[in-house]
Design a protein around this ligand. Structure first.
Ligand SMILES: Cc1cc2nc3c(=O)[nH]c(=O)nc-3n(C[C@H](O)[C@H](O)[C@H](O)COP(=O)(O)OP(=O)(O)OC[C@H]3O[C@@H](n4cnc5c(N)ncnc54)[C@H](O)[C@@H]3O)c2cc1C
Ligand code: SF4
Ligand code: SF4
Length: 568
């Protein structure tokens, strides 16, 4: 007869998976409940390694990520979301500070992989593959590695020394990076001939165009080109004068970073955006702070033309109003006909989203993520080409995100490994521990972290990091707010309610997904086990009729083969 056996099942937490409202959790698949539990226990090194399984840029993401995980966090429905991002930063910085080294997961292999582009997509792919034992070489056309991490995101949000630590950690896995290596049609063919697989990770760097009169005029420039000069210290090439009036067109990351850099360099920037602050694709809630830094905003204004006017540039804009929601999920701006305005600027920066430039793969190609079909190559070479990051997604309207490209890199790497003959385990299809499955009576309401920031008056004339980090005590306290949705953290509530039908195993709990701590004595399974299941605060336990023997039970519990053998 089949018994109803209680199972300790690792469910997904909404901060990791897509929740029932359609919010996406962490695209990089960071194991958030586990790293937060370890942080709450003060086991920071282990928490660091949990993060490093999935995200080589966890210190960066802990600073600049748009944290979709927090939007999806179950705690939002109880009081306020857990400070996942700030804690990711604390744990990652602490690991680097301590000099922790990367963990290799595979034996050295003789297969060679070339990666074109050293942005977060290229470097993440390199990191994941090198850890598996592959020989990885990255080819970067610029003199500095990092892509938009070094050329786009300014130091006040991601200090260079933090990037250098992340880069050193990646290189520790054996990745080789060739800078000043601009891949063109010829060299791309060579890579396809000489390597076992090639990953294209060249981002989106073809400047977007407004399609209006005057955008080619002297004094009008591209946003990323502007930021590159700031971030690489080429201020002489930028030539900004004190009090210079700069009009910045756009409402995404690039536009926001351009205005905030400009104000730090003594200019007087104005952001011109065709929607309102609510529809901006980046930095929600930062508009007020940026206004305090001295940036002006002209919302619901769409550029019509740019003209020379004496020493300045005259920008004519169309007044707009918000209309119905469009395919991007935001209200579409529509023109208020007959109502225009003009502004005068010394310089105009176009920050309107750039597109991938994949000329070097040849004339005829198709992107079918994670594959790229380059018809100008021989059939054998064609099968070796993969693509990832913004290059694969197009990054239209500035929707690229580092956490997203890290997730894409994981998908591309899985495909490459399978192509090279490996069998790669796929994640079990697990249910999500939504808010309504939790027993929230166990939890008390508490507030979120209030992060210390650099005072506004100290931000002008320098690029000092704005947001300060927390100390270890506060990190532990804040991590303790996590419900640890869907995972067993040995809180013992099931055991208390088990009425003798549970035993506790005499072993240390480890952060691996498949570790287990309690075991039900199958011969004692009774009604009390239902009580245990109901008693779990975090929906980590359920009743299943699937298993009729201890072995089935263990398989369901995600116990590794080794452990199973060890126990039989
Ligand atoms: C100004 C700005 C700020 C941003 N801020 C944030 C933020 O706060 N948070 C966030 O999550 N995301 C942010 N983003 C988005 C994020 O930076 C991108 O989504 C991410 O960098 C894309 O990674 P990638 O590796 O695909 O491309 P990239 O970072 O663009 O890297 C591509 C690399 O390929 C190189 N390359 C191109 N062509 C060749 C070639 N032919 N040969 C050799 N090398 C080549 C390029 O030089 C570059 O180094 C921001 C973007 C911008 C522009
Ligand atoms: S990388 Fe972003 S989405 Fe993922 S855990 Fe960190 S802050 Fe959240
Ligand atoms: S409470 Fe913790 S595990 Fe649950 S969704 Fe929030 S961060 Fe994730």
């Amino acid at each position: 007869m089949k018994k109803l056996l209680p199972l300790y099942i690792n469910r997904l937490s909404p901060c990791y998976s897509r929740d029932h409202l359609g919010n996406h959790g962490c695209y990089a698949r960071n194991d958030i409940p586990r790293f937060l539990h370890l942080t709450a226990l003060g086991r920071f090194d282990e928490a660091f390694y949990v993060l490093k399984e999935t995200n080589p840029f966890s210190s960066g993401c802990g600073r600049f990520c748009d944290h979709p995980c927090e939007t999806a966090c179950n705690r939002t429905k109880f009081d306020q979301p857990v400070d996942i991002k700030a804690l990711e930063r604390f744990v990652s910085d602490a690991g680097y500070e301590k000099g922790l080294n990367p963990v290799m997961t595979g034996e050295p292999k003789d297969k060679k992989i070339a990666i074109v582009g050293s942005g977060p997509a290229g470097l993440s792919s390199a990191y994941f593959l090198a850890r598996c034992g592959y020989r990885v070489e990255v080819f970067e056309k610029h003199e500095v590695a990092g892509g938009l991490l070094t050329e786009g995101i300014p130091a006040y949000r991601y200090p260079r020394e933090v990037f250098e630590k992340e880069l050193a950690f990646i290189k520790e896995t054996g990745v080789t990076i060739h800078t000043c290596a601009n891949i063109n049609k010829e060299s791309f063919k060579d890579l396809a001939g000489n390597y076992d697989a090639v990953i294209v990770a060249t981002g989106a760097h073809k400047p977007g165009e407004l399609g209006i009169e005057g955008e080619q005029l002297e004094g009008v420039e591209n946003g990323i080109a502007f930021l590159k000069k700031v971030n690489l210290g080429q201020l002489d090439k930028l030539g900004i004068k004190k009090g210079e009036k700069i009009g910045v067109i756009g409402g995404g990351y690039t536009a926001m970073d351009v205005v905030r850099c400009a104000v730090r360099l003594g200019a007087e920037p104005t952001m011109v955006y065709r929607r309102t602050s609510a529809e901006m694709t980046a930095h929600h809630g930062e508009v007020e702070e940026t206004k305090q830094e001295g940036v002006k905003f002209k919302f619901l204004r769409s550029p019509l033309k740019i003209e020379k006017a004496d020493d300045a540039l005259r920008l004519t804009v169309q007044k707009m109003k918000l209309g119905p929601v469009d395919e991007s999920g935001r209200s579409k701006p529509v023109a208020v006909y007959g109502e225009t305005e003009t502004y005068h600027f010394d310089r105009i920066v176009l920050a309107i989203g750039d597109k991938p430039d994949l000329f070097f793969v040849g004339e005829k190609f198709t992107v079918d993520f994670p594959r790229m079909i380059c018809r100008d190559l021989s059939e054998d070479a064609q099968s070796k080409i993969f693509i990832t990051g913004d290059a694969a997604m197009g990054a239209t309207d500035n929707t690229g995100m580092v956490v997203r490209v890290v997730g894409l890199a994981q998908d591309t790497v899985k495909s490459v490994r399978e192509y090279l003959g490996e069998t790669v385990e796929t994640d079990k299809d697990r249910k999500t521990a939504f808010y309504n499955t939790l027993n929230i009576k166990y939890f008390e309401k508490s507030g979120r972290l209030i992060e210390e920031t650099l005072p506004i008056e100290k931000r002008i004339g320098n690029f000092e990091e704005i947001v300060k980090t927390v100390d270890a005590d506060l990190a532990q306290l804040m991590a303790g707010r996590c419900f640890n949705c869907g995972i067993c953290i040995q809180c013992d509530w099931c055991w208390h309610y088990s009425d003798g039908s549970l035993i506790k195993l005499d072993r240390e709990w480890t952060p691996e997904k498949d570790a287990f701590y309690y075991e039900f004595l199958t011969e004692k399974v009774s009604d009390a086990t239902f009580k245990s299941v109901e008693a779990c605060p975090r929906a980590a336990l359920s009743i299943s009729s699937a298993g009729s023997s201890a072995e089935n039970l263990r398989e369901e519990q995600y116990i590794t083969k080794n452990e199973l053998e060890g126990r039989n």
